[in-house]
Write a protein that binds this ligand. Structure first.
Ligand SMILES: *[C@@H]1O[C@H](CO)[C@@H](O)[C@H](O)[C@H]1NC(C)=O
Ligand SMILES: *[C@@H]1O[C@H](CO)[C@@H](O)[C@H](O)[C@H]1NC(C)=O
Length: 816
């Protein structure tokens, strides 16, 4: 009886100890009793565990509420126990030790000390040794990171005692001992975080610019956590906090890929979702383009280029895609008096910067003079946080972004410094802001009138839209599934496990990866981000319908993958990337002569007509723009992302849509303002595209020294002044067919008319483009020709702007 009683007590004491979050001297945590500490908020557990399929025992911390054991910290990572003999206790002097209870040998010690020690597992995941009344901890696990950074942990330096916090990957999934990857902050020059494999640098974040790393790391744009960078005389470190205390998230150095991932636990899906990988794509591979080489992922392959004034060091190597030699100046420096600097914008600044002037309030001329005055200074940059920095020796690991990034000034001989300076932009900004008030006034007035008109029209439209399905019933049974469903492993192995080196872009709906099936076929995989609220059945139905659309000017959908919320679309791979990379680029623009451009315009018109009229469905694209026009190996245009707007977003039956999909600069007034769209909104976007192709200029961000119109306004002005041929892209090879250009411009202007009813249907557009002698109607005043601030308002593709009074935004399934 006594024996049973003692067993009973023994069990109760175990279950009691499980709810404790503290351990005092004299108390122990025994592995063979399964004893653990649990933080008061029930988020973390501390105890003994075996990783994956290993039998070794380690003491560590893991998430209590994540079923698949996820360890965030390990005490004895380099000295495992081989059985469950481990015991953890606190000595009276405050040292935390783990003993092998059979042999009595100490296998790990924290080397901590305290007078009145109490060990406590906090709900942040920090295991701390408190010392009686002292407010700071005598020891804490947060000071000894392993491979994981939890919210509140630091990655950086305490500059007062030269202590560094850095991450080290595990050796493998079953072995937490020191692996080959380290992610450590480098405080010299502009502080940045560097990932090494052994001693070799394989990635660097680039310097913190006040909001983000490297000018464009994806860290700052997420709903889950807030990145924080602290830089003062005592500390320099990176940390983050979750936006919501119920979120479970972690930042980890992956032991196999060396990727640095920020993951969050999906309560619904019960899996870890990777929301950010620090390395975005191949341009983040360290020194991918060699010294002075500039990597730009948005260029058609190859991504490497030399900056203006430079030339490949070994041209033969560049021709066979070996960029490691990098670039050299066309005219070498000799430190003569008439050297100067050329400005390059939108960059991730090169590695190995050195502080030239550390004060932040410094004039540009001081920074320039500091670099110019030292013959070994090859370039400089001015930064908000760190003052003026310079580079000595070769500039390494530069990448260029389409948006974001920082300015770099590179030293070169006077002969290389053209008159082509960027100073005009400042003038433009000043003049824009000074007319902003007037423009604002104009817009509010026209807005008022447009709205008034739209309200009348929207009533009529709503009648039609309310029941879009009435005479078209998608009836897709499992038997008609013609769309191959891919399995995850096929896609994963085709894309190298969604490796960042295979990532070729980030669309409005999620990342896009290039891949190769085992058959050799090249594919593009679009992984939809997980905020679709659409049901599985509707998604499948619509994907199947879209897969049935086939036209030589549409990108072909090959199949899809669906698993819970994880959805992917698999497309044919189109080698020459997108139209915007050609028409808006000084050098590549010359590759497109007028004949090619005309074929592209006609091809887009054909594809669009098919979507609007000839396909079984009537599809309104809603986001037609240059970057959604892909070019195959013969430069034939293929419209992409059609129908995505309807498969994704799930807004086709809701009357109160808040998600306006589209891109400013291409959106028709009635759509941007009232959220109303029709076939004619696509016609508007097509018109913008035509004018962009002819002129080689972007509508959004268009700048002209003489006026403040955007490209549409500029074209309208030239048209009225009888100087319309001046719109033509000066880069285009001569001779050109003037009558054809004129016709295209006129069609473009007709398409961007303010009122939708003044715009032609796509069938008439094709007729007008095709016939030499048809007399075209006179264009009307374009919509959105002055509202440059609207066009330049913050937005990416699928701008998620909320519109207070959104009428019906949809159409889509209209029967015929
Ligand atoms: C590293 O990546 C692999 C493959 O994606 C994954 O299975 C593993 O869990 C990751 N490791 C960590 C520590 O997250
Ligand atoms: C130029 O700058 C480098 C790096 O700061 C420094 O080591 C060198 O002494 C300077 N040279 C001259 C001539 O000032």
């Amino acid at each position: 009886m006594k024996f049973f009683l003692s067993i009973f007590f023994c069990f109760t004491s175990i279950s009691f100890s499980k709810t404790l979050d503290t351990l005092a001297p004299g108390q122990t945590l025994k592995d063979d009793n399964g004893e653990t500490l649990v933080s008061t908020g029930q988020t973390f557990k501390f105890g003994f565990f075996s990783p994956w399929n290993s039998t070794n025992r380690y003491a560590g911390i893991w998430f209590k509420n994540v079923p698949q054991q996820t360890v965030v910290w390990v005490a004895n990572k380099d000295s495992p126990l081989t059985d469950s003999s481990g015991v953890l206790n606190i000595t009276s002097t405050g040292n935390i030790v783990i003993l092998n209870s059979h042999s009595g040998i100490t296998i790990w010690a924290a080397n901590s000390s305290a007078k009145n020690p109490v060990l406590q597992l906090l709900n942040t995941g920090n295991l701390v040794l408190n010392d009686g009344g002292y407010s700071s901890h005598a020891w804490q696990s947060f000071d000894h990171p392993c491979d994981t950074l939890l919210p509140g942990m630091k990655l950086g330096w305490n500059l007062r005692n030269n202590q560094s916090w850095f991450l080290t990957s595990w050796k493998s999934l079953q072995d937490p001992s020191t692996g080959e990857f380290t992610y450590k902050l480098d405080p010299r020059g502009l502080p940045q975080i560097v990932l090494r494999r052994g001693s070799e640098i394989i990635y660097r974040s680039g310097p913190w610019d006040g909001v983000r790393f490297g000018g464009d790391s994806p860290l700052h744009q997420n709903a889950v956590f807030k990145p924080i960078f602290v830089y003062n005389t005592s500390f320099v470190y990176y940390t983050y906090e979750n936006n919501d205390s119920s979120i479970i998230s972690r930042f980890v150095v992956n032991q196999s890929a060396g990727s640095i991932d920020h993951l969050t636990w999906s309560q619904r899906g019960k899996y870890w979702v990777n929301i950010v990988t620090m390395q975005r794509d191949e341009c983040d591979m360290y020194e991918h383009c060699g010294p002075y080489g500039i990597c730009n992922i948005d260029k058609p392959s190859p991504p490497c280029d030399c900056p203006t004034g430079f030339t490949p060091k070994v041209a033969q190597d560049w021709n066979v895609l070996d960029w490691s030699g990098g670039c050299v100046l066309k005219t070498p420096l000799n430190c003569s008096a008439n050297e100067g600097f050329r400005k390059f914008s939108g960059l991730k600044l090169p590695d190995n910067s050195q502080i030239l002037i550390s004060k932040t309030a410094m004039r540009s001329e001081e920074c320039k003079a500091a670099c110019l005055g030292n013959c070994s200074c090859v370039g400089y940059a001015e930064t908000d946080g760190s003052g003026c920095v310079g580079w000595f020796g070769e500039m390494l690991d530069i990448r260029e972004y389409d948006e974001g990034g920082q300015d770099l000034f590179i030293r070169m001989a006077a002969s290389e410094l053209g008159s082509n300076n960027n100073d005009k932009r400042t003038v433009a900004i000043v003049s824009v802001s000074s007319v902003a008030f007037v423009v604002l006034l104009l817009v509010s007035v026209s807005w008022f009138f447009i709205r008034k008109k739209m309200i009348r029209r929207s009533k009529a439209q709503r009648l039609r839209i309310n029941n879009p399905n009435q005479d078209y019933k998608p009836s897709v049974s499992e038997e008609d599934v013609e769309l191959p469903l891919f399995d995850f492993h096929t896609i994963a192995s085709a894309t190298n496990n969604f490796s960042f080196t295979n990532k070729i872009g980030e669309g409005g709906f999620g990342p896009v990866y290039k891949g190769k099936l085992s058959t050799g076929q090249q594919i593009a995989v679009k992984r939809l981000s997980k905020d679709s609220r659409q049901g599985l059945k509707e998604f499948k139905n619509e994907v199947i319908l879209i897969a049935k659309l086939q036209h030589r000017n549409l990108v072909r959908l090959l199949g899809c993958y669906i698993h819970g919320e994880d959805r992917m679309l698999i497309y044919e791979y189109v080698p020459n990337r997108s139209l915007n990379l050609y028409i808006f680029d000084q050098t590549r623009g010359t590759a497109l002569d007028w004949g090619k451009r005309f074929d592209i315009i006609v091809g887009i018109a054909r594809g669009l007509l098919y979507l609007h009229r000839d396909s079984r469905l009537r599809i309104i694209h809603r986001d037609l723009k240059a970057s959604n026009i892909l070019l195959d190996s013969e430069m034939n245009p293929k419209i992409s992302d059609f129908g995505l707007a309807r498969t994704f977003g799930g807004d086709q039956t809701e009357a109160n849509t808040t998600r306006v999909i589209g891109t400013y600069g291409y959106m028709s007034p009635e759509y941007a303002i009232d959220g109303l769209f029709s076939l004619k909104s696509d016609v508007f976007s097509f018109g913008v595209l035509v004018l962009e192709i002819v002129s080689g200029k972007k509508n959004r961000g268009f700048y002209h020294p003489d006026h403040d119109y955007n490209l549409l306004g500029h074209a309208w002005k030239l048209w009225n002044e009888g100087r319309i041929m001046e719109l033509m892209d000066a880069l285009m090879e001569k001779p050109v067919l003037e009558s054809e250009i004129l016709r295209c411009i006129q069609v473009g202007l007709l398409c961007v008319a303010q009122r939708p009813e003044d715009r032609p249907a796509m069938s008439s557009v094709l007729l007008m483009l095709d016939s030499d002698d048809a007399s075209l109607p006179e264009p009307q005043q374009p919509g959105f020709y002055t509202e440059r601030f609207l066009a330049e308002a913050d937005s990416s593709s699928t701008g998620k702007r909320q519109y207070a009074t959104n009428e019906v935004t949809i159409t889509m399934l209209q029967g015929r």
